[in-house]
Design a protein around this ligand. Sequence first.
Ligand code: NDP
Length: 398
Amino acid sequence: MSKVLIIGAGGVANVVAKKCAQNSADYSELLIATRTKSKADKIASSITNIPVSTAKVDADDPKEVAAIIRDFKPKLVMNIALPYQDLSIMDACLETGVDYLDTANYEPKDVAHFEYSWQWAYQERFKKTGIMALLGSGFDPGQTNVYTAWLKKHHFDRMDTLDIVDCNNGDHGKAFATNFNPEINIREITQNGRYWQDGKWVETSPLEIKADIAYPEVQVRGSYVLFHEELESLVKNFPELKRARFWMTFGDNYIKHLTVLQNVGMTRIDPVKFNGVDIIPLEFLKALLPAPDSLGEGYSGLTCIGCQVVGEKDGKPKTAFVYNVCDHAKCFAETGGQAISYTTAVPAMLGGALMLRGTWKKAGVVNMEEMDPDPFMNEIGKWGLPWKLLEGDAAKLV
Ligand code: NDP
């Protein structure tokens, strides 16, 4: 039973807090600290079975975060704010000697580029302090890393190719909205695509490679290759992979809106003078778009996210696909959040719980696939994200 500090109070943090409260055997008390305290208060007011307090913090400032940690004395800090805050919160954890967890890798605010190098550079300092940083404990990254490690452990002697497929077949009824933080989401999608092939990265134009993928229990959807952060750690930790790609569905309507916004300069992240004031167009656009935590009501349809591996077992070629299907409406009924927030939050809660119990314990900076996948796979269904395994022809999606 442990006290835990959650930083952030957006769409994902709302579900994280509610899932932690459901798991009161591991999470005995929460402090939700964020930039806009009223949002943390709203989440806290809906949780009654464990004590939840709230605080205002600017998580860009490691000193402010460290002061809150010293005062509350949590066993774990869950960074559910934005990737911009990863390093400042890790600095605060180092200063106070407390374990760290996040769901997305660091990216600097002024460059639309994300990679693990900045966080992996903390390895020696975390080891020396004897604390753990669990990186990317969401769904993708997160559960997809665990799926890959589990397939390798139980189903493959050698993995040749990995295809991570992410389908959101839901409808939120809005003309245009992003399912998680609009700034981070649009920065990710408008970048060049990238995949791993024969020991090096192959770069593509944004959304250049498209295929129709038949998602089990959902439907055939046009899917695009884009670079996603778990590819970076997975090809490092499974160097046998000859090819690793990440696919995501986008509807024509979404792409049409995004194209127009890009063409008129609304996705720019450099300052533009307007009436004598510097504004960043993408930050302004975020202010206009629906917040991810407001999308849940009336959101219908399913998500399907999984990992397809082709390789060899016992001298024979093998294909396997492990996946989860999640229902937006059911997520909303349970937590008030939509399925993207939910599928991110449940692995964050379970990753944190495994750290609190000492089941996942390692001093240093670790990605999810470096830990034993079995305790996670055995328990994740119970918390709302059951998985299924397909083998042979049924597992060949792409
Ligand atoms: P939201 O925009 O809904 O929430 C972000 C929260 O962080 C807000 O409460 C925001 O405060 C707070 N915040 C931002 N800056 C600061 C700061 N300097 N100090 C304190 N608090 C701050 O985003 P989501 O909930 O949708 O996403 C949360 C995280 O989850 C992101 O990092 C995202 O990339 C990640 N994610 C990971 C996925 C995965 O599968 N691994 C999938 C989806 C998301 P305010 O309310 O004042 O703006």
